[in-house]
Design a protein. Structure first.
Lengths: 110, 113
């Protein structure tokens, strides 16, 4: 079946940029998403990008999509300790099915 | 607005017991979903509903049943719990499909011993 993959851990220093990467296999993906999960909480949608876009910027967040390589990334500028969380990549196909990656645990060190 | 509310937040069951997880949303959303989250794996869709009175199987439906008798509620039932169903369960809802945002509940941590 179709798959979404992410590395499980990322550690950065406060003030640095974080880049979380995701790859997917479904060529019919229409929308791609980044969700944030803080401890003990549900998932919160951070941002999403339509598959015909290659970049989307929202304040400290930059999403890059390489549709040819099926690669999605989330860049967080000036990472803060409050950004420590698990970040999930997800994709939605044209049947409206969503698939999530396993999540990347971002640790921000002071 | 409460958004998406799941009850209970925690539960420990013995193997073979049954229970129902309740998901309630106050956003008048048509779509509702139940996912399970296991360590090292992405969220996997158990069942979903595209409207009141409708349900459909997701990726991992075995051992679970659901009902959507009212638009605002989506119930997930375990008839005979097994240790393999130890997981964190998330409910979500969305207004429609495609680009609409899905709102998630805070999760229910279920342990089956």
């Amino acid at each position: 079946g179709e798959d979404v993959e992410q590395s499980l851990f990322l550690s950065v220093r406060e003030g640095d940029s974080s880049v979380i990467n995701c790859t997917y296999t479904d060529s019919s993906s229409t929308y791609l998403y980044w969700y944030k999960q803080e401890p003990g909480a549900g998932l919160q949608l951070l941002t999403y990008i339509f598959s015909n876009m290659d970049m989307k910027q929202d304040q400290r967040l930059t999403v890059l999509l390489n549709k040819k390589d099926k690669h999605l990334s989330l860049r967080i500028a000036d990472t803060q300790t409050g950004d420590s969380a698990i970040y999930f990549c997800a994709e939605r196909d044209n049947n409206n099915d969503m698939r999530f990656g396993a999540g990347t645990r971002l640790t921000v060190k002071p | 607005n409460a958004g998406v509310t799941q009850t209970p937040k925690f539960r420990v069951l013995k193997t073979g017991q049954s229970m129902t997880l309740l998901c309630a949303q106050d956003m008048n959303h048509e779509y509702m979903y139940w996912y399970r989250q296991d360590p090292g794996m992405g969220l996997r869709l158990i069942h979903y509903s595209v409207g009141e009175g409708t349900t459909a199987k997701g990726e991992v439906p075995d051992g679970y049943n659901v009902s959507r008798l009212k638009k605002q509620n989506f119930l997930l039932g375990l008839e005979s719990a097994a240790p393999s169903q130890t997981s964190v369960y998330f409910c979500a809802s969305s207004y429609g499909g495609m680009n609409t945002e899905a709102f998630f509940g805070q999760g229910t941590r279920l342990t089956v011993v």
